[in-house]
Design a protein around this ligand. Structure first.
Ligand code: FAD
Length: 482
């Protein structure tokens, strides 16, 4: 059956970008229609990304901590993992959250259309609904929030259930004996950590010389060190040359550093998880019937208010550019809606936090040391090692680090980096400092609660001027590092 409807704002895609935009628009009094295939809004983040992965990482941490407690004289037996119960718990977390977001949409009178949307032109969408109907939806404005999907690698057996991506890995069908994770980025390391804690022998293969490519080396080091103990192997500067499916598994041949010593020899894995990045969802949306432009990088082109080259169409989230993170998508969604509502706004954050939820966690925001070096920006680095933190010692985890990237002239904090348990929570203080243009002195003079890991931020600020109580490192003239 074909029908027709109209709306002030059509939001295509119900992820954290799309639903945040739809909800604010409704709060501002706009008539909103939100379109997605899923039973409720939530997108990749809630259904097959942030939320299920963090639920499983929580369990992984519990398992590891129980193992490590033996060092403090507390011994538990080997964990008995009931995969069905674990899966059910994770699915329940997802169902509660997506159900809750669905309820919030109802309360706000956001019209939720379950279907696939395609643009007919810059004013009209066609929506093929789940029950086989087709609706022509005319809109004054539309926000494109269709997100992204896992990148596939050529040369891997097509359709094999031994080859996983992040979505199928989160389904937790079984715990393979030997798992190969292709890609040492955050998704590969998070999911690899989950499977390692559940009992898999996990090998990570990464093409570049470091895990978490692009992240400051001193932040990655404590994580890499710990993963060396937890994982079967980490193969850096190595690529997968060939994958052949056999009856009893996948025979994988490597090229590069990790293959030295056994060139040409295939190693056997039960499953391979391909985690080599994500691609924006721009295909099949009918964008060619609009003026929306897609750049060579695959992202929809937008201006600072998130408007595309088609004045009625806006784009946010993973489909609109890096970093592909949920909180960036939501913030962009709110900016786009405010712009549609006629307010003078722009998406100009100084700091977008990024968190890797491994153990230890790695988090950073604002300018990184790596970026400063690459761009030739003069900065000073102030570090506080967690070995000098009382709280870190009480947790038995003193291998972390807190660092500040500081403008030497204004002494403003330009970036913050952390590695250690809870780094993902602690980084929020760094984001606030960078956004508010705080100086190192502002951080040093702010009384932090004791004993907490947050004190490491204050002490890193104190270290900048050689005054950190718990480390002795006098200020040395104008060296670039303290
Ligand atoms: P998405 O969440 O991708 O949602 C897009 C929605 O659009 C989907 O629901 C899709 O069904 C719908 N859609 C697509 N095309 C159409 C169409 N034609 N018609 C109707 N609907 C359509 N980010 C973090 O910030 N923190 C994390 O810890 C984190 N962990 C992650 C872990 C994993 C394993 C993965 C895969 C991702 C993770 N991310 C994390 C990234 C995060 O999930 C994304 O950045 C975020 O979901 C992007 O939001 P979005 O609104 O742009 O789109």
């Amino acid at each position: 059956m074909a029908g027709a409807a109209s709306t002030a704002l059509a939001v295509v895609g119900g992820g954290p970008g799309g639903y945040a935009a739809a909800f604010l628009a409704a709060d501002l009094g706009l008539d909103v229609t939100l379109i997605d295939l899923e039973p409720n809004p939530g997108g990749v983040c809630l259904y097959r990304g942030c939320i299920p992965s963090k639920a499983l990482l929580h369990v992984a941490k519990l398992v590891e901590e129980a193992r490590e407690a033996s060092a403090w004289g507390v011994r538990f037996g080997d964990p008995e993992i009931d995969l069905d119960e674990l899966r059910a718990w994770k699915d329940d977390v997802v169902a509660k959250l997506t159900g809750g977001v669905g309820q919030l949409a109802k309360h706000r009178r956001v019209r939720y259309l379950r279907g696939i949307a395609t643009f007919r032109d810059g004013r009209t969408l066609r929506v093929d609904t789940r029950d086989g109907d087709e609706t022509t939806l005319s809109f004054e404005h539309a926000i494109l929030a269709t997100g992204s999907r896992p990148t596939r690698l050529p040369g891997f057996p097509e359709g094999s259930d031994r080859v996983l991506d992040s979505t199928t890995a989160l389904e937790l069908r079984d715990v393979p004996k030997r798992l190969l994770v292709v890609g040492g980025g955050y998704i590969g390391l998070e999911l690899g950590s989950v499977y390692a804690a559940l009992g898999s022998k996990v090998t990570v293969v990464e093409m570049t010389p470091s895990l978490l490519p692009g992240v400051d080396a001193d932040l990655v080091r404590p994580l890499a060190k710990r993963l060396e103990d937890k994982l079967e192997a980490i193969l850096l500067e190595t690529r997968v040359a060939e994958v052949v499916e056999r009856k009893d598994g996948l025979a994988v041949r490597f090229e590069g550093k990790g293959a030295e010593g056994s060139p040409g020899k295939a190693r056997r894995f039960d499953r391979v998880l391909v985690a080599v990045g994500r691609r924006p969802n721009t295909a099949g949306l009918g964008l060619e019937s609009t003026r929306v432009e897609v750049g060579d990088d695959g992202f929809v082109r937008i201006d600072s208010r998130r408007r595309t080259a088609e004045p009625t169409i806006w784009a946010i989230g993973d489909v609109a550019g890096q970093p592909m993170l949920a909180h960036k998508a939501s913030h962009e969604g709110r900016v786009a809606v405010e712009a549609i509502a006629g307010r003078a706004v722009a998406f100009e954050p100084r700091a977008i936090p990024a968190v890797v939820f491994t153990d230890p966690e790695v988090a950073w925001c604002g300018l990184s040391e790596t970026e400063a070096k690459r761009d030739g920006t003069k900065v000073e680095i102030a570090r506080f090692p967690w070995a000098a933190s009382g709280r870190a010692k009480t947790l038995g985890r003193d291998d972390g680090v807190t660092k500040l990237v500081v403008d030497p002239d204004s002494e403003r904090v330009l970036g913050v980096g952390l590695c250690g348990p809870g780094a993902g929570e602690l980084i929020a203080e760094g984001v606030l400092a960078v956004e508010m243009g705080a100086t190192v002195e502002d951080l040093a003079l702010t009384i932090h609660p004791h004993p907490t890991l947050s004190e490491t931020i204050m002490e890193a600020a104190e270290a900048f001027s050689g005054r950190a109580t718990h480390i002795y490192r006098p200020r040395r003239g104008h060296s670039s590092e303290r």
